[in-house]
Design a protein around this ligand. Structure first.
Ligand SMILES: C[S@@+](CC[C@H](N)C(=O)[O-])C[C@H]1O[C@@H](n2cnc3c(N)ncnc32)[C@H](O)[C@@H]1O
Length: 291
């Protein structure tokens, strides 16, 4: 039976800071965090191994066999843990307790500051909520928000089971007023796919409309490769303008609202196409987003 390699490498930040600090649920906070961290570690390794396998010629060496064995062991462990479903359950607990509710509270507050729903015309705001754990996050705004919740794994019939990265860009071109990416970009293991997610959001938004982004604070405050300025610069390159941002010292989350703009001159993307060290020090994480 193959064993999963257990190294002393640090757990990636994307895995640490998902909303998992329940204080009044039946799951103990430490146990909740443990499931979330382990799930992220395993799914990142799963992607690495799959890539490794697809880059080798069939039956090339005994190395390939080892990779296959490790992959099988990882997939078994993910299954034994209860898979994405168990992870989502832990995230719901965290959502309720860690943040006193979901990120949508921050977003709704900002929309009110931007004078919604007053400034709206006849139609409701078309919101695509990516990574929806509950179908009714926007129930209190149902008179002015028309939400489409999607997730890789639907936990409710009203949540469409859909990978955002596989949505048809042409079909959805400039169809949405707001796309919510709360704790979703950091869930995606590959930095380039994270960038693609933001690019896709841009293509799918109507001109002048918004993307809401929420990340664990450590992704921007303790990463070697990512800072709040870097996020803003990267979003500017994608033709987004920062409208709102919020985090607090010692907090767990960072939030942004960006507006899709039409740039006068396209900006140079070079700085965002490869990892550049922006912070030094041993105790940093490796979160990054690449274009
Ligand atoms: C940590 S949970 C966050 C849920 C919620 N948005 C929040 O802020 O608490 C991440 C969710 O995003 C979903 N997700 C990740 N990548 C996705 C993708 N490409 N398309 C759709 N859903 C995705 C996962 O399945 C998971 O349910």
């Amino acid at each position: 039976m193959a064993k999963i390699r257990r190294t002393k490498r640090k757990t990636p930040v994307t895995r640490l800071a998902a909303p998992a600090s329940p204080s009044c649920s039946s799951s103990k906070p430490a146990a909740t965090r443990k499931v979330i961290r382990r799930f992220h570690v395993l799914s990142k390794r799963q992607i690495q191994l799959r890539k490794l396998l697809s880059s080798r010629r069939e039956g090339l060496s005994s190395d390939a066999l080892k990779v296959k064995e490790e992959l099988a062991a990882i997939e078994q462990e993910i299954d034994d843990m209860g898979g994405l479903e168990a992870y989502q359950k832990m995230s719901v607990i965290g959502q309720g307790n860690d943040r006193g509710g979901g990120s949508e509270k921050v977003l709704i507050g900002w929309l009110h500051e931007l004078n919604y729903p007053k400034r709206m015309e006849a139609e409701k705001l078309r919101v695509l909520e990516v990574g929806a754990l509950k179908p009714d996050n926007y129930a209190s705004c149902s008179t002015w928000i028309d939400v489409t919740p999607i997730d890789l794994h639907s936990r409710h019939p009203a949540i469409q089971e859909q990978n955002f990265l596989l949505m048809d860009e042409e079909e959805h071109h400039e169809q949405w007023d707001l796309i919510s990416l709360s704790l979703v970009v950091n869930f995606v293991p590959e930095p380039k796919d994270r960038g693609r997610m933001l690019q896709l959001a841009h293509a799918m938004l109507k001109p002048g409309q918004y993307v809401f982004l929420a990340l664990p604070l450590s992704c921007v405050m303790n990463s070697r490769y990512c800072t709040p300025d870097h996020i803003e610069g990267l979003m500017n390159v994608l033709s987004f303008k920062q409208i709102k941002t919020r985090w607090r010292e010692g907090g767990k989350m960072a939030y942004w609202l960006f507006q899709k703009i039409t740039p006068v001159v396209p900006l140079d993307a070079t700085l965002y196409q490869k990892k550049t060290v922006l912070r030094t020090g041993n105790d940093r994480n490796n979160f990054s987003i690449l274009l």
